[in-house]
Design a protein around this ligand. Structure first.
Ligand SMILES: Cc1cc2nc3c(=O)[nH]c(=O)nc-3n(C[C@H](O)[C@H](O)[C@H](O)COP(=O)(O)OP(=O)(O)OC[C@H]3O[C@@H](n4cnc5c(N)ncnc54)[C@H](O)[C@@H]3O)c2cc1C
Length: 439
C-alpha cells in the first residue's frame, strides 16, 4: 500500500515546543525551513534573541519534502544573466552558486550533521542531441568564469552511469552530493536550539505590522514585539501575511515517489554511477538511490498546480517505467508533494521591503542555496549597510496577471503537457533518423 507522506519522515523525531512564545524578541523569523533556521542560527551566534515561528509542525515545508539533491545550480544561463544583469553580476551569480554548495557541505561536515551526506555527483542527462551540445557549451562558459568539477559524459559512456537508452549523454557535476533532507533539517534545528533560538511550531503568523519602535507580529496567542522580521516562507508564502511577496513568489508543486525495497544489487544495476540524476526535458524527472541504496526515489512535476499525491501517482509511475522498463510492476511505497517557490526572474533574492527582510525564490534548487541565503539574509539584518550577496541584486519581479493567486496554473500545466508531446514527437523523429544513419 502506498503511503502518501514523505519517505524521509519515516521513523524521524518530531520537535515540539509547548511553551508560549515570548512577548519580545530582537528578531522574529517566519518559517522554520532551511532558510529560517539557518538565518536564526547566524543571528543567535551574533548575540540576538531570536524566535522562529512556523504555522505547521516544525519541518512541514519543502525542506523535509525535497529530493535531497545537494547541488550548486540556478535556473538562469550565463547568456541570459549577462543580458539582464551585465557580465559582472552574471559571473558573481555563478560563483555564489558554487559558494552555496561549499557553504552547506561545510555546515554539515563542520557540525557533524548526521544526514546521510553522500558525495555521489549529479548527472544531468540530455533528452535530445541538441541538449547535449547546449550543455557542453554552457559548461565551457561557466568553467571560464570559475572552474568547478564537471565533465561531459558522451553517449557511449552512459551505460557506466545508468541502465537506460533514453538519453543522449550528459554532464556530470562531480562535487554535487545527496542528503536525507529531514535529517539535515533536524541537524540545523538542533544547532539553532543549542545557539539559544526559540522555535515554535503550529504558530501561524497572521500579520506583521510596522510600529515606531519595531514590528508587532500577530500570532494565535499574544502578539510579539520584535526589532526585526525575516520572512522565510518561500513556496508557502501567504498573501494574507505579505501581499508584496505573494505577488512575487509563485507556489509550484513538485511530486515524489519512492519504490519498495528493490535490493542493493537491482538499484546498482539500474544506477551503476549511484548519482543524482536530473533530465533536461521540459517536465523533467529527477531521481536517485535512497541513502540505504535499496530503493529509487523519483520526482517530477506531474502538474504545475496543486493536485493530490494520489492524483499524481500514475503520472510518476509511468515516468519511472519509461526510464526503467524493468520496474513496471514495482510497488510504490511513498508518494508526496510539496511547494517550491518560483520567482519571475528565476533567481532567488534577499531583500527588504518596508523594513521586513526576506530570502526566497529558490525555484526548486534550495537544498544548498536556502541554508546559504538564510545565513546571508541574517548578515544583511546584522550589517544592513554592507553587501553580502549578489542575490541582493536580483530583485523579485511581479506580473500583472499574478496577484498572489496562481489561478492560471492549470492552463500552464496543459501548455507544458502539449510541449512535452511535441518535443517527444520531434525526439522520435530525430531518433529514427539517427537509427537509419547508423544502419
Ligand atoms: C518535492 C520537492 C522536491 C525538491 N527537491 C529539491 C532537490 O532535490 N534539491 C534542491 O536543491 N531543492 C529541492 N527542492 C527545493 C527545496 O526543498 C526548497 O528550495 C527549500 O527547502 C526551501 O526552504 P525554505 O526554508 O525557504 O522553505 P520551506 O522549507 O518551504 O519552509 C517554509 C515554511 O514557512 C512556513 N510558513 C508559511 N507561512 C507562514 C506563516 N504565516 N506563519 C508561520 N509559518 C509560515 C511553512 O509552514 C513552511 O514550513 C524541492 C522542493 C520540493 C517541494
Amino acid at each position: 500500500m502506498t503511503q502518501f507522506t514523505p519517505y524521509w519522515w519515516q521513523d524521524q523525531p518530531q520537535y515540539r515546543n509547548t511553551e508560549a512564545p515570548p512577548a519580545k524578541a530582537d528578531c522574529v523569523v517566519v518559517g522554520a525551513g532551511f532558510t529560517g533556521l539557518s538565518a536564526a542560527l547566524t543571528l543567535a551566534q551574533a548575540g540576538r534573541q531570536v524566535v522562529v515561528l512556523d504555522s505547521e509542525a516544525i519541518g512541514f515545508g519543502a525542506s523535509t519534502r525535497n529530493g535531497g539533491m545537494l547541488g550548486s545550480g540556478h535556473k538562469v544561463s550565463v547568456a541570459d544573466a549577462k543580458k539582464h544583469y551585465g557580465p559582472d553580476i552574471a559571473a558573481q551569480l555563478h560563483c555564489e552558486a558554487n559558494a552555496s554548495l561549499a557553504f552547506t557541505k561545510s555546515l554539515i561536515l563542520d557540525h557533524n550533521i548526521d544526514c546521510s551526506l553522500q558525495a555521489c555527483g549529479r548527472l544531468r542527462t540530455a533528452w535530445t542531441p541538441q541538449d547535449f551540445t547546449a550543455m557542453a557549451s554552457a559548461n565551457t562558459g561557466l568553467q571560464n568564469i570559475e572552474a568547478f568539477a564537471a565533465r561531459m559524459v558522451p553517449p557511449d559512456e552512459m551505460a557506466q552511469h545508468i541502465d537506460t537508452e533514453l538519453y543522449f549523454g550528459g554532464l556530470l557535476y562531480e562535487s554535487h552530493a545527496s542528503v536525507q533532507p529531514r535529517k539535515l533539517h533536524d541537524g540545523l534545528l538542533q544547532l539553532a536550539l543549542q545557539a539559544g533560538v526559540q522555535v515554535f511550531g503550529e504558530q501561524p503568523v497572521r500579520a506583521v505590522k510596522a510600529k515606531s519602535d519595531g514590528f508587532c507580529i500577530s500570532t494565535k496567542g499574544d502578539n510579539i514585539h520584535s526589532q526585526q522580521v525575516l520572512m522565510a516562507t518561500n513556496g508557502y508564502t501567504q498573501s494574507s501575511v505579505s501581499m508584496f511577496l505573494a505577488k512575487r513568489i509563485l507556489p509550484v508543486p513538485s511530486f515524489i515517489i519512492v519504490t519498495q525495497e528493490l535490493g542493493k544489487e537491482v538499484v546498482k544495476a539500474l544506477l551503476p554511477g549511484g548519482h543524482c540524476m536530473v533530465e533536461t526535458r521540459q517536465r523533467f524527472c529527477y531521481y536517485r538511490p535512497t541513502p540505504c541504496g535499496k530503493r529509487i526515489m523519483l520526482g517530477s512535476r506531474a502538474a504545475l498546480h496543486a493536485i493530490t499525491p494520489q492524483q499524481a501517482l500514475p503520472t510518476l509511475t509511468t515516468k519511472l517505467t519509461e526510464i526503467f522498463p524493468s520496474l513496471k510492476n514495482t510497488e510504490i511505497s511513498h508518494c508526496w508533494t510539496g511547494f517550491t517557490g518560483f520567482s519571475f526572474s528565476k533567481l532567488p533574492n534577499i531583500g527588504c521591503h518596508n523594513g521586513i527582510y526576506h530570502a526566497m525564490g529558490y525555484c526548486g534548487n534550495g537544498v544548498a542555496m536556502a541554508p546559504y541565503l538564510g545565513h546571508k539574509a541574517a548578515l544583511k539584518m546584522l550589517y544592513p549597510d554592507q553587501q553580502h550577496s549578489v542575490f541582493e541584486q536580483t530583485p523579485l519581479q511581479s506580473r500583472i496577471y499574478h496577484q498572489g493567486n496562481p489561478w492560471y496554473m492549470p492552463a500552464v500545466s496543459t501548455w507544458y503537457r502539449t510541449r512535452d508531446w511535441w518535443d517527444n514527437k520531434q525526439r522520435a523523429k530525430a531518433l529514427s533518423k539517427l537509427r537509419q544513419k547508423n544502419e
